[in-house]
Design a binder for this molecule. Sequence first.
Ligand SMILES: NC(=O)c1ccc[n+]([C@@H]2O[C@H](COP(=O)([O-])OP(=O)(O)OC[C@H]3O[C@@H](n4cnc5c(N)ncnc54)[C@H](O)[C@@H]3O)[C@@H](O)[C@H]2O)c1
Length: 356
Amino acid sequence: MILVTGGAGFIGSNFVLDWLATEGTPVVNLDKLTYAGNLENLAAVRDDPRHEFVQGDIGDRALVESLLEKHRPRAVVHLAAESHVDRSIHAPTDFIQTNVVGTLALLEAVRSHWSALPAAERESFRFLHVSTDEVYGSLGENDPAFCEATPYAPNSPYAASKAGSDHLVRAYHHTYGLPTITTNCSNNYGPYQFPEKLVPLMIVNALEGKPLPVYGDGRNVRDWLYVADHCAAIRVALARGAPGETYNVGGRAERANTDVVTAICAILDELRPQRAPHRKLIEYVADRPGHDRRYAIDSRKIERELGWRPRHAFESGLRATLQWYLAHMDWVDAVRSGSYRQWIDDNYGTRGAPRR
Ligand SMILES: NC(=O)c1ccc[n+]([C@@H]2O[C@H](COP(=O)([O-])OP(=O)(O)OC[C@H]3O[C@@H](n4cnc5c(N)ncnc54)[C@H](O)[C@@H]3O)[C@@H](O)[C@H]2O)c1
């Protein structure tokens, strides 16, 4: 079995569902259920005996140690984080607390467990840390894409906190020999993404005829990765990645924000013609402070060494994402009204107490 942290978030819940459908071995899912954690994402596996949900903090070392002792996972897949750049600008402290201090506590618990394992288990154990391309800073229009050797230059409190966690993971491999693997991926999109992020925010606003706010001149470029492709990359890195290595994961899909929003509008014009043209809703708003201009990922290492490639083109992934949101407006409504938190109470008991 494996221990996943942050498995009720966007990528984490996609990963848990993907893992159970592909690998099929049991998952213990440790998640604090911050505003970003949503157990409705995991409703399909609520009664699946292979999935055990535990509400708790990665920084709670006693809890993590008890889970490691009880379940003896062969790997930890670490996705738990504060993840929203805008929130990190307004309130950076939580980002340092979870992403840096929390990751340190998790590493300490894992190191203590791992070092006491029998040799064969110690050898095959993996700690896979999921990180971001934002640690590399910003690229100019003609700069080569980020590769694993690109120096770190984080520009937002979020990116700095993820950079801190990456350095800790690296140090735990070099200092203690912990078999760590780090993946640095680009912007994900797909089902179950909290509607504060660009793609779902634009979909939801456009459906309601609300303005589509685009930062600055809209020419900030991101490399878009369909979440199912990211989940496959994590599985491959876990299965075949070399301890101590890092792998960049990108979608081979660089797009300016304005082009992403225009593409969403064009698909919606087709699927929901009543409000067409949706692009008339686009509004350019004051830029985010310190907004990085361009991210681009060179994923040739994971492609060459581990045989992973993104399988979804941006256009087909975006269409699938739109279709998912259109079919799951009840999920969106529950998130926006806050009733998803009530759903957790109703289905999992009183919030606050760790569920073990
Ligand atoms: N979304 C992206 O485009 C993207 C891109 C690159 C890297 N990443 C990284 O991937 C990981 C997952 O991102 P996401 O978009 O799914 O984030 P998310 O915000 O949707 O989910 C994060 C999850 O972590 C949980 N969590 C937060 N603090 C916790 C704590 N102290 N203890 C236990 N659980 C806690 C939350 O409840 C939530 O379920 C993060 O590490 C993020 O930095 C995301």
